[in-house]
Design a protein around this ligand. Structure first.
Ligand code: SF4
Ligand code: SF4
Length: 457
């Protein structure tokens, strides 16, 4: 941060003379703060800075705020928390940073520490009904999710969801439930549960496991089936181990460390026993969490070498499906998919996992498919996990920004590799009355292999 920026932050009263000394974040490797040389090259890549123009809502500003708290020069006031909470953890700043600052390895443990401190002070942030019953009690369990989605499915079928919105009756729901209802995509039949084993088609080239997760399996099982068929088509034996669990991102990102570690260990056990070359993930948010298991073990249990090794080994097997297929060499799809489409990078794929070219390379091999660029492709759509529920105003502003850029490209389809982005973009398009197909890259490849037509044009 330049001296001018520091002054600006101080002038705004964010950094007051150090009063109470809150050492939240003291567990973070301090060297990671020092990697930031305050050049400011990340600011133009930060969605919240673009929207607010406030240095405290930029990566540089937030790093400075967190470091000041750790140093004891700044009290963790509600105002400081507000700037940090507004961060999407989209990691766009990491891609933009020439100094290799690992921003995710600062904000994530800082938040975990913040929540631990709040709990220790007798005001746990994650003890409300929404965390207990929805985030922890419903989302991580695909069977409970499917059960809970039953009435929503029926309402969609009968058109009652639109009636509720049109008459304003949905305002009777608590605000967060109303938002969830608004973001629920059109529920399509997902098919039966995936079996434990699917054989390779043609010459066997690899043996892989498929991670099916929680919300993704309840709402987007059709995407899992498409992914499994594409893998088979590419000569992969696919095992879908029973006993695999939610990746734990929901818990980790809301400061529930113990369940996050339990879920990580359950996944490590299951995938180790599967004896596969790679574990394939088709949801960017889960993939990013699963690849971070080793780091997270270090952060949460610094002394436990056995845990670091077990979770690190599990993390090393994780591959996004596009990353894996690009490495393996795609069997060329032959069915024509005559569409003009935008490929929208999911932040946790493009920025966090640095998987950017591979999905584009795969899609370029689909006959007839035209991928068109959009402005601000790297900027988050505002979904960001549960962010669209916890920070609705900024989430809506970013969704509107993304919608304007998408619509300008006049696509028939938007292709993206994350369920959260898919739901956010579908909702924005639906509310704008735009009939655009939103699909996962594997759904497009699957249609092409099977010689089927997409549900638009
Ligand atoms: S995070 Fe990177 S790009 Fe941003 S100010 Fe620090 S060094 Fe510069
Ligand atoms: S993670 Fe995203 S929102 Fe947060 S500081 Fe970085 S670019 Fe900005």
């Amino acid at each position: 941060m330049t001296q001018e920026s520091v002054d600006a932050v101080e002038e705004k009263g964010i950094i007051a003379a150090a009063g109470g000394v809150a050492r939240v974040g003291g567990e973070i490797d301090y060297e990671k703060f020092l990697d930031c040389v305050h050049c400011g090259l990340c600011t133009a890549a930060c969605p919240t800075y673009l929207e607010t123009g406030d240095e405290n809502n930029s990566p540089r500003g937030r790093i400075y705020l967190m470091r000041s708290v750790v140093d004891g020069r700044l009290e963790l006031t509600p105002k400081v928390e507000e700037h940090l909470d507004l961060c999407l953890d989209c990691r766009s700043c990491e891609t933009a940073c020439p100094s290799g600052v690992q921003y995710g390895r600062l904000i994530e443990p800082f938040r975990a520490s913040q929540r631990k401190a709040a709990a220790a002070a007798g005001r746990p942030e994650n003890a409300d009904w929404f965390h207990r019953w929805i985030l922890y009690g419903l989302f991580p369990f695909p069977n409970r999710m499917r059960w809970a989605l039953g009435p929503a499915k029926l309402m969609q079928k009968l058109g009652l969801d639109r009636l509720l919105e049109a008459t304003g009756l949905n305002r009777l729901l608590p605000a967060r439930l109303r938002r969830m209802q608004r973001f629920l995509p059109r529920l399509v039949p997902g098919g039966p549960p995936l079996p434990e084993f699917l054989p390779a088609i043609g010459t066997r080239r690899a043996r892989v496991a498929l991670f099916i997760g929680c919300v993704a399996d309840a709402v987007f099982r059709h995407t899992h089936w498409a992914t499994a068929r594409v893998l088979q088509q590419n000569g992969c034996e696919v095992v879908i181990p029973r006993g695999q669990a939610c990746c734990g991102a929901i818990h980790y990102h809301s400061g529930a460390d113990a369940p996050a570690l339990d879920l990580a260990q359950a996944n490590a056990r299951v995938f180790e026993a599967a004896d596969v070359e790679a574990v394939i993930v088709n949801v960017a948010g889960c993939g990013s969490m699963l690849k971070d298991y080793g780091h997270i073990a270090h952060e949460l249990q610094p002394q436990n070498a056995q845990l670091h090794e077990t979770l690190g080994r599990c993390a090393s097997k994780m591959k996004d499906v596009s990353e894996f297929l690009a490495e393996l060499g795609l069997v060329r799809p032959t069915g024509e998919i005559k569409l003009r489409a935008v490929y929208q990078d999911a932040c946790h794929l493009g920025h966090a996992q640095r998987v950017r070219e591979q999905p584009r390379e795969l899609l370029a091999q689909v006959p007839g498919l035209e991928i068109v660029p959009i402005a601000e492709a790297d900027i988050c759509c505002g979904a960001a996990g549960s962010y669209n529920l916890t920070e609705p105003e900024m989430s809506d502003r970013l969704a509107a920004r993304k919608l304007a850029n998408l619509v300008a490209a006049k696509p028939h389809a938007v292709i993206t590799g994350n369920v959260g982005c898919s739901m956010q973009i579908q909702a924005a398009l639906r509310q704008a009355g735009r009939d655009v197909w939103v699909a996962h890259p594997m759904e497009v490849l699957d249609l092409s292999y099977r010689g089927l037509r997409p549900p638009v044009v």
